[in-house]
Write a protein that binds this ligand. Structure first.
Ligand code: ZN
Length: 482
């Protein structure tokens, strides 16, 4: 589905480039008179990982909270494998949702589906992805599963275990023995391992070793809950240094070769910080705070920044750490142009179903990611789905910002509908919720900002809006508007 969407988008972009006439034909109501130029439409920020982008999808329904993120490759043929895996799992989850017997009760405790991944660069061309799929379907039905992919981008293929190991060796016996002994070696696993499960999972057959990731100096095997032991074991990991496996590895994966590739990697270039011209908010003007969640996006955040610049407007961006990792340059531009940055968690889970350690991980990792790019951590927090409890509020350590005008742009992917959800409901002191990961939102923002400006509104950051009347923001407070 998402491949289709991405493809549709590409076709649309080309279409716009060729005919340059915009999409007014399919809209009713107020039309966009000032479309971004073709050049602006084509502006796409680079990713930290060349040839790889991150796709984020969020649904905030009454009965469930869903957040997916997964990689999208510039090489189209690589996308099918991961997107169809994610789509299938999503379909399974939605089938469960469709059969909910007690919707009134579930509305109080929405189901959850969350797909996230970590990325590990092995060489210029090879990347490993470890996916975690979290599902909550009521009561004690919380589940976490993993899935791995190792991609060779230059060769346009996914690597299997026999691409990494030399099939002319008895590597299957080596792995069987090695994984078994390393599982038993780990003290924290000791009390929870089940011998018969381990024997089955590590039997020397190829199928047993397909769930692996490569790092620069090791190969890791991942076991879900109940695969090698009791539930209390959680997800178990076995790491074998490539050095120890050298005799069984294909030539390409010999540890010294991988390290050589590493040395060739280009250094991260340091961009000079642009001089920021602070605009003084005018206390006599009507003010609103536009807020954008779930980015930064390589394309739509950039388009929105161009619009804000054009109308001398400022906004607040509540970013996901997982996306900051991919698009640090977009984050830099947000700050350089005088906008504010807030924490929106790493991967958009409903934080209220988490224990404090997981909540802290989500918030701190994002805070650290922002700080490592900008030198300072976000001083505002917006909980995913606006869902918080005392624990979440307290652990965030900064003011919690919700909203008073909801654009519902994640649901209605239609420019005029988004505009109509916002404009009639705007009031002085409003905090407006939008999402900078949708094309329709980026287009709607052009209309919204122009209209608000015409209506005499000043568009300021959340802090400026709330502090405008001398108010000092409290870290344990929740703010909806001024
Ligand atoms: Zn969000």
């Amino acid at each position: 589905m998402n491949v289709k969407k991405a493809g549709w988008f590409l076709i649309l972009s080309c279409f716009l480039m060729l005919v340059g006439c915009g999409k007014q034909g399919e809209k009713s109501g107020p039309s966009i008179t000032e479309k971004p130029t073709d050049q602006e439409l084509m502006e796409v920020a680079e990713s930290t990982y060349e040839g790889i982008h991150i796709l984020t999808e969020v649904e905030d329904e009454k009965l469930y909270h869903l957040a997916l993120s997964y990689p999208i490759f510039d090489k189209e043929n690589l996308n099918q494998e991961i997107t169809s895996f994610v789509d299938e799992r999503k379909e399974e989850f939605l089938e469960i949702v469709a059969d909910i017997p007690n919707p009134e009760f579930v509305e109080q405790h929405p189901y959850m589906f969350n797909v996230q991944f970590t990325i590990e660069q092995v060489s210029d061309s090879i990347y490993s992805f470890l996916f975690t799929i979290g599902t909550y379907t009521g009561g004690a039905n919380a589940m976490e599963q993993t899935k791995t992919y190792v991609v060779d981008i230059d060769n346009g293929k996914y690597l299997q275990i026999d691409d990494v190991f030399d099939v002319n060796t008895d590597y299957l016996y080596f792995l069987s023995k090695e994984i078994k002994s390393r599982l038993y070696e780990q003290e924290e696993y000791h009390d929870f391992l089940f011998e018969d499960m381990i024997d089955e999972e590590t039997a020397p057959v190829k199928e047993n070793f397909e769930k692996f990731i490569l790092t620069k100096d090791s190969i890791q095997f991942v076991y879900d809950k109940y695969e090698v032991g009791a539930g209390a074991l959680g997800i178990a990991k076995v790491t074998i240094p490539l050095q120890d496996a050298a005799a069984y590895l294909n030539e390409q994966f010999q540890p010294e070769l991988i390290n050589e590739m590493e040395e060739n990697e280009k250094e991260v270039e340091q961009k000079e910080e642009a001089e920021q011209t602070p605009i003084q908010p005018d206390p006599n003007k009507k003010q609103v705070a536009l807020t954008f969640d779930d980015g930064p996006h390589q394309k739509y955040t950039v388009q929105i920044l161009n619009t804000l610049q054009k109308y001398d407007a400022r906004a607040t961006f509540f970013v996901l750490g997982s996306r900051v990792e991919f698009y640090p340059d977009v984050l830099k531009r947000i700050k350089e142009e005088g906008h504010e940055i807030g924490n929106h968690s790493w991967n958009h889970p409903d934080l209220t179903i988490f224990e404090s350690e997981q909540v802290q991980n989500e918030l701190r990792s994002t805070s650290d990611a922002v700080a490592s790019v900008l030198g300072e951590a976000p001083t505002l927090f917006r909980p995913p789905y606006g869902s918080y409890n005392e624990l979440v509020k307290e652990l965030s350590g900064v003011p919690t910002i919700l909203w008073s005008v909801d654009s519902l742009d994640w649901k209605y992917r239609h420019v005029d509908t988004v505009v109509q959800e916002v404009l009639p409901n705007v009031h002085d002191g409003a905090i407006i919720l939008l999402h900078d990961i949708h094309e329709t939102t980026a287009d709607a923002v052009e209309v919204i900002v122009r209209e608000l400006k015409e209506q005499g509104y000043e568009m300021v950051t959340v802090s400026e809006l709330l502090q405008g009347n001398g108010l000092e923001l409290q870290s344990n407070e929740v703010y909806y508007s001024r």
